[in-house]
Design a binder for this molecule. Structure first.
Ligand SMILES: Cc1ncc(COP(=O)(O)O)c(C=O)c1O
Length: 381
């Protein structure tokens, strides 16, 4: 049987210029493995942006450590570098920086600060595969980086994740942890195959909202192999069989999709330029042009006055709007204290998460999206 995982590794290594690549069932599992290999344990602190997905603080908490959030910069949506050193204590072990929507900022400065304090660094590249920071691929600067191949990530294998390790001192420990991975079951793989089929043949503009909501409902109720199981967003207990391996079924799909990536990266950037020009012309909040060089534009964030209203209009007009990150620890909407998150302490993250919608960058119908934005221009901040 063809070894799709090996072929996928070869393709990924062409982008990332490393062979130290390890696959897992999800990106969050890679993060867990990295943190464990770094020796994160009870009483430690791990610094993360206050604008992220809940599956980032989760593995920190699973290991008994405390997530320490840092307010984000309004323009880059990444950690506000000015606040970083104030949050470092003698319990801090790791700093995680994130390519939010594809954008990375101050990665080199974060690494420099971490080195000065003898801390590990991890880059969350789940949105940023294919993008660059100062001419080096995202994920090159830190001790380790992790990536996602979930449905709407830079390239998809349905669900899936991998990590790259630059700090060779971590390798021995990682190899030990890797031996504990459990294999995805036959049912899990079959489930994914059905979803690949539905996505390929039935997901269209006209069915997007219906299928998306249906999938989320199934996934929340643990009826399909979803991106997050219900209890990952309502609780902080490690799910059963969390340390799960990647499968050939996933890799086969990933391989199909990574081949389309160069074309997609170009489309995303071309569309992002059109959105930015449009927003500048209309004097609205936009992604600054200085960021364009680094950005892989997985999504394009815009801020609106009334998000529900815009979503309803988008549903009617059949525009595929995204609702990433509608909470500082997306998609959690209540009981934030379980994750030691207090949104009022992070006004930028809180405001943005209440007003953001993501417009698609991989669309061939950019004119339709721009007409929609133009029609409702007064709703955009
Ligand atoms: C910022 C961020 N980090 C980590 C992850 C986890 O990736 P995965 O779904 O592959 O576990 C996500 C997932 O959507 C994310 O948005």
């Amino acid at each position: 049987m063809a070894d799709y995982i090996k072929s996928l590794k070869t393709e990924i290594s062409k982008y990332l210029k490393t062979d130290n690549i390890y696959f897992h069932n999800k990106g969050r599992v890679s993060l867990y493995v990295i943190l464990k290999a770094m020796g994160v344990k009870e009483g430690d602190e791990v610094i993360i942006p206050a604008y992220t997905c809940v599956v980032v603080p989760n593995p920190i908490i699973y290991l008994g450590a405390k997530p320490v959030y840092i307010e984000i910069d309004k323009d880059s949506l990444c950690i506000d570098i000015k606040l970083l050193e104030k949050h470092i204590t003698n319990k801090t072990k790791v700093i995680i920086c994130q390519n939010t929507y594809g954008l990375s900022e101050n990665v080199d400065s974060i690494v420099e600060i971490a080195k000065r304090h003898n801390l590990y660094t991890i880059e969350d590249c789940t949105h940023g595969f294919g993008g660059f920071y100062k001419n080096q691929p995202n994920g090159s600067y830190c001790d380790a980086a992790f990536y996602s191949m979930q449905w709407n990530k830079p390239f998809s294998s349905g669900i899936g994740g991998f990590m790259t390790i630059s700090n060779n001192q971590l390798i021995k420990k990682i190899n030990e942890i890797e031996k504990q991975k459990v294999k995805p079951s036959f049912k899990t793989k079959l489930n994914l195959k059905v979803l690949f089929f539905v996505k390929r043949y039935f997901l269209k503009n006209s069915t997007y909202w219906f299928l998306m909501n249906f999938y989320r409902w199934l996934s929340k109720n643990n009826l399909v192999t979803g991106s997050s199981s219900g209890n990952e967003i309502s609780d902080i207990k490690i799910p059963k069989n969390f340390l799960m391996d990647y499968s050939q079924t996933q890799a086969k799909e990933g391989l199909r999709n990574i081949k389309k990536l160069p074309e997609l990266l170009k489309l995303r950037k071309d569309n992002a330029i059109k959105y930015t020009d449009f927003l500048i012309n209309n004097k609205k909040t936009h992604v600054k042009k200085d960021f364009f060089e680094n950005h892989s534009f997985l999504k394009y964030p815009i801020l609106v006055k009334d998000r529900e209203k815009i979503f309803n209009l988008a549903r009617k007009t059949k525009i595929e709007l995204g609702d990433w990150f509608i909470s500082p620890i997306h998609p959690v909407q209540n009981n934030f204290e379980k994750w030691e998150m207090y949104p009022e302490k992070y006004p930028n993250a809180d405001f943005i998460s209440k007003h953001v919608v993501n417009i698609p960058t991989d669309t061939k119908q950019v004119g339709k999206v721009l007409s929609f934005l133009e029609k409702y221009i007064d709703e955009i901040l």
